[in-house]
Design a protein around this ligand. Structure first.
Ligand code: GLN
Length: 485
């Protein structure tokens, strides 16, 4: 019989509901797993075993009354430390928020508690979600469970590693330019960026507000669908949230993809892609074809320019969002004789290098005289990317590409080379610029024995379709490989 930490969210919820196991047993099994692996993995900034235990107790008490249980009752959850939880330290991976304890919880935190999940910890991340390796965390890098000398990807590296290592069957991340899909790919788990506005961001510490989106991690597609249902929906507290009703993502999950028109993004078949990644992607295409998918190449000429546009838009928005960390209201304050010196010293001491780089780039791009040349131009490229997608979806239902050009790289390998780091996001950024959903699912191991991700992209609000395609693919290929832990 499998250990409790090996079970999927679906299995855990089922066994708890039918009385086979208790939620407290599940919480303790995962707390113990975290305690055993944390010294090596560092997936969490703040583990919360007591919260998980208390939530589990409440589930067991509710079960004892015979009352019906919510869909994820007793399922452990890793939450990226960029989402506020009332009374629990929330750092966004930054020294500047080291002692910040929010006085309220984000909307998704309430929804996840209502769905019955058990919060096992606040997961590690790149500072303010800026990065692709979790090396920019002020709390030490998270190690990839597949190879402890490698990064888990980022910025939601802690959530991805926790799910891959069996510290929790599900996790929550945020994706501004790929921060759910890329770490999912590098850790061999499923990760999804929903449509912009599908999930409330109330209580999310902002990075780039026109791009940020909260989304699910899991070890299989079904759990991903369940988790997305738990967090999706309109929220009057988030004016960017979409009012459309949320479908039941499990409905029609197994309807298959016979006749589905699938476009391979030509621009993602670049020479820069690692041979083993290209190889697994090719295998995935064969599988999709064997399932009845009508697969053809399609060119999105602006796809490759999305990266440059993003690295102006995201820093511009971050420079404005991060202006609030001035030592006055939130987080740390450095001593200084004058207010402006206090502001400057607080930011100099509180922010890490990548955050400072982005604030400087963004401030420059927005400054008088340069606005049109940089920010304005980047917004025009954004429009072109959206048009490319619109045109492609005239002919295709979904588009596919590798999620990331490479498998997990060595810790330190790209840390001093921001451009090399930014190139990780080449295939994930276009969907963020378009506000569209995309999912990454494991599609085998590359020549180096490390996981590869298949990215499936779709038009706005096509989450059901993406999950259906991902489920068909996963069912045909079989369960994803697991790390040797
Ligand atoms: N890696 C990208 C960046 O550094 C994306 C980050 C994200 O999606 N939060 O900006």
């Amino acid at each position: 019989m499998s250990e409790l930490w090996q079970l999927s969210a679906t299995e855990i919820a089922m066994r708890i509901a039918n009385g086979e196991i208790s939620a407290v047993e599940v919480a303790e099994a995962h707390n113990a797993r975290i305690e055993a692996l944390e010294p090596e993995i560092n997936a969490f900034i703040t583990p919360t075993p007591d919260i998980a235990r208390a939530q589990a107790k409440a589930i067991d008490e509710r079960r004892a009354t015979g009352a019906p249980l919510p869909p994820l009752a007793g399922v452990p959850l890793a939450l990226k430390d960029v989402i506020c939880v009332d009374g629990v330290r929330t750092t966004a991976g930054s020294r500047i928020l080291d002692a910040y304890v929010p006085p309220y919880s984000g909307t998704v935190v309430h929804m996840l508690a209502d769905a019955g999940t058990l919060l096992v910890g606040k997961a590690n991340m790149d500072e303010f979600a800026m990065g692709s390796s979790t090396e920019n965390s002020a709390y030490g890098v998270t190690k990839n469970p597949w190879d402890l000398a490698r990064v888990p990807g980022g910025s939601s590296g802690g959530s991805a590693a926790a799910v891959a290592a069996g510290m929790a069957p599900i996790g929550i991340g945020t994706d501004t330019g790929g921060s759910i899909r890329q770490p999912a790919s590098l850790c061999g788990v499923v990760g999804m960026k929903p449509t912009y506005g599908r999930v409330s961001r109330y209580g999310l510490i902002a990075f780039a507000s026109s791009l940020d989106q909260i989304g699910p991690f899991a070890r299989n597609v079904r759990d991903t669908a369940l988790l997305l249902n738990a967090i999706a929906g309109h929220d009057p507290k988030d004016s960017t949230s979409i009012p459309d009703p949320v479908p039941q993502y499990l409905d029609g999950l197994d309807a298959g993809i016979d006749g589905l028109r699938i476009g391979i993004v030509k621009e993602s078949l670049s020479e820069g892609t690692q041979p083993g990644v290209a190889g697994r992607f090719k295998d995935a295409i064969e599988t999709l074809t064997s399932l009845g998918g009508e697969v053809e190449e399609v060119s999105l000429p602006s796809f490759a320019h999305a990266l440059s546009a993003y690295y102006l838009i995201a820093p511009a928005e971050c420079s404005s969002n991060l202006a609030r960390y001035d030592g006055v209201r939130y987080g740390m304050r450095a001593d200084a004789p004058t207010v402006s010196e206090m502001n400057a010293r607080t930011r100099a001491q509180g922010f890490g290098d990548e955050v400072k780089r982005r604030v400087m780039l963004g401030t420059y791009a927005l400054s008088a005289g340069y606005y049109d040349a940089y920010y304005g131009k980047a917004q025009k490229v954004r429009t072109l990317v959206i048009r490319d997608f619109d045109e492609a979806y005239q002919k295709f239902d979904i588009l596919v590409s590798p999620t990331s050009p490479t498998t997990a790289f060595k810790i330190g390998e790209k840390a001093d080379d921001p451009l090399a780091m930014y190139l990780n996001d080449l295939f994930t950024i276009p969907s963020n610029l378009a506000g569209a959903p995309a999912i990454s699912i494991p599609c085998g191991l590359a020549e180096d024995g490390l996981p590869v991700g298949l990215q499936i992209m779709g038009p706005l609000l096509s989450e059901s379709l993406l999950l259906r395609a991902a489920f068909a693919y996963e069912s045909a290929r079989g369960p994803a490989e697991r790390p040797p832990l």
